[in-house]
Design a binder for this molecule. Structure first.
Ligand code: ADP
Ligand code: ZN
Length: 211
């Protein structure tokens, strides 16, 4: 299965991608996670990407394409993949299509997770990431205000780009750069819209029905 998850920041792509990739046993490729990891490790790539990621701007296409190409070269994606956060604009989508054509493979599905903007803003403000196991949680739901990861006890942190002004900027970038991909993949007949509201498991179920 070769799947792309689409949707605004805060739609739950990361959470869903983790669940789905386990269920259908294909690697989950999150360009955001890859970049954050490179930044944390202080690599050359991380140094190049840090300012973009922390201010909510898109990292240059060449850098992203290089990341994806190296994953393809390594053979890691031969069994299929679940892309989360890539492609992010038309240029990346076109280059991705060309890459796949050369390899004689096709995207099976693009899952567009639909969530309204107010909900997205609320979710991003409440989002916390476990500093150890990277699990994603939402504080504030049912009044909880947890500081530690319920799975591993690690400290929960807010992502730097989950501050109010950066969230606003990321949503603008989504509207102008990423949203056009909905038409791009609809025209190719592989896009399905999935309602991204409700419980995590319910959304996972809806996605699985379409894969
Ligand atoms: P979210 O979907 O919540 O915004 P991501 O983890 O997908 O979070 O992305 C975080 C940041 O990483 C983006 O704001 C951007 O700076 C960078 N990034 C991730 N994927 C891409 C991509 N495909 N192209 C350019 N920049 C990217
Ligand atoms: Zn944890």
């Amino acid at each position: 299965m070769r799947i792309v998850l689409l949707g605004p920041p805060g739609a739950g792509k990361g959470t869903q991608a983790k669940a789905i990739s386990k269920e259908i046993d294909v690697p989950h490729i999150s360009t955001g996670d890859i970049l954050r990891n490179e930044i944390k490790n202080g690599t050359e790539l991380g140094k190049k990407a840090a300012n973009f990621v922390e201010s909510g701007k898109l990292v240059p296409d060449e850098t992203i394409i290089e990341i994806i190409k190296s994953r393809i070269r390594s053979g890691e994606l031969d069994r299929g993949f679940l892309m989360d956060g890539f492609p992010r604009n038309l240029k990346q989508a076109k280059m991705f299509s060309e890459m796949m054509e050369e390899l004689n493979i096709k995207l099976d599905r693009v899952i567009n997770i639909v969530v309204d903007e107010n909900e997205v803003i609320r979710r991003l403000g409440n989002r916390r990431i476990c500093s150890v196991c990277k699990s994603i949680f939402s504080i504030g739901d049912d009044g909880n205000n947890m500081k530690r990861c319920p799975k591993c006890g690690g400290l929960l942190l807010k992502r730097k780009d989950d501050s109010e002004d950066v969230i606003r900027h990321r949503l603008k970038v989504y509207e102008s750069e990423t949203k056009p991909l909905i038409d791009y993949y609809t025209d190719r007949g592989i896009l399905v819209n999935v309602d991204g509201s409700g419980k995590e498991e319910e959304i996972t179920g809806r996605i699985l029905e379409n894969t």
